[in-house]
Design a protein around this ligand. Structure first.
Ligand SMILES: [Zn+2]
Ligand SMILES: [Zn+2]
Ligand SMILES: [Zn+2]
Length: 322
């Protein structure tokens, strides 16, 4: 009897220990679950923060964008003449002065629209020929009152890929000497190094229009220990905060942020909008500015976004490819 009683006591103690162990295990399981939930949440937040970067990067394969025939896309409506008041102190309504004297139909100029700028007006023409005609007319007939100039065009940029940053091309001077020496170029006057990106093994060069043609026709440059592919390069930027083009979040001056999916003022990872409710903030303003019907039911980082296509087209129009 006594032995049995002791055995029962012993078993009871063991039961206590077991149940304690079980409850400990349970609480540890809960803790792990909690931790895993938090990690899952953090992971999905990080993922959605990265997602726009990836998407934008994929829409920004500049070489692809530019490899479409650049000339075909030119002259759509972005050939522009800047007309300003000649007298800085007298900034009358430039457009009024202009439209009283210049009659487009007489000069056979097609104008797609005008936009007020700081010191005057930007006149968008059908093509570069129309810009030249209008410029002559303004400078001839309104000499002294208004001045007209084309938008300043930049030299094109090229991306050199798969670069081996060996010691012989460490600084810009060596790099230029190397490119000029190895690639049948007369001098380095029309060649400038913009950036060297060692992480992605790329170099961005600024070149003259003629040199661009020559290098692109060949498709590569001899550089250090490699034969490196060379393609057109456009710097396309989109802000993660407000989704607009032309700047990055660090430089953003917008008072509110805009969700890349639905345009509202929250982060994309907090967006709960259904996929058929997406709305592109850039196309909303592009539609109202251009007074035309623009599809807005896509995310602001969609590669088919009309505002994005327009931005790239305008960017290309500011580059001197000829
Ligand atoms: Zn911004
Ligand atoms: Zn949203
Ligand atoms: Zn859009």
């Amino acid at each position: 009897m006594l032995i049995l009683q002791k055995e029962i006591e012993c078993l009871n103690r063991e039961k206590d220990i077991q149940s304690k162990l079980i409850s400990e295990l349970e609480s540890s399981l809960e803790l792990h679950k909690f931790k895993s939930d938090t990690l899952q949440k953090e992971l999905s937040e990080a993922k959605s923060a990265i997602a726009p970067v990836k998407n934008i990067a994929s829409t920004n394969t500049y070489s692809q964008v530019l490899q479409k025939n650049v000339k075909n896309e030119k002259n759509v409506e972005s050939s522009v003449l800047l007309v300003k008041s000649a007298d800085r102190n007298n900034r009358d309504d430039v457009l009024q002065v202009l439209s009283k004297t210049i009659i487009p139909s007489r000069l056979n100029i097609c104008i797609s629209g005008t936009k007020k700028i700081k010191e005057g007006v930007a006149v968008y023409c059908k093509g570069d020929d129309d810009v030249a005609k209008l410029k002559n007319a303004v400078n001839g007939q309104l000499n002294g009152r208004l001045t007209a100039n084309e938008l300043k065009k930049y030299n094109p940029r090229l991306l050199v890929k798969n670069v081996n940053f060996s010691d012989d091309i460490k600084d810009d001077k060596m790099l230029i000497e190397n490119i000029v020496g190895l690639n049948d170029m007369d001098d380095h006057a029309d060649l400038k190094v913009i950036t060297k990106i060692e992480r992605t093994r790329q170099i961005v060069l600024e070149v003259s229009p003629d040199l661009r043609k020559k290098l692109l026709t060949r498709g590569y440059v001899w550089l250090g220990w490699r034969k490196c592919p060379i393609v057109d390069h456009l710097r396309i930027t989109q802000c993660f905060r407000c989704c607009k083009f032309g700047h990055i979040a660090k430089q953003c001056k917008s008072s509110t942020s805009a969700c890349i999916k639905c345009s509202r003022d929250h982060m994309a990872n907090q967006c709960e909008v259904a996929s058929d409710q997406v709305k592109c903030i850039n196309c909303v303003s592009y539609g109202s500015k251009s007074k035309s019907h623009v599809q807005v039911n896509h995310a602001a980082n969609d590669s088919h976004c009309p505002a994005y296509i327009n931005y790239v087209r305008n960017l290309k129009n500011r580059i001197n490819f000829d």
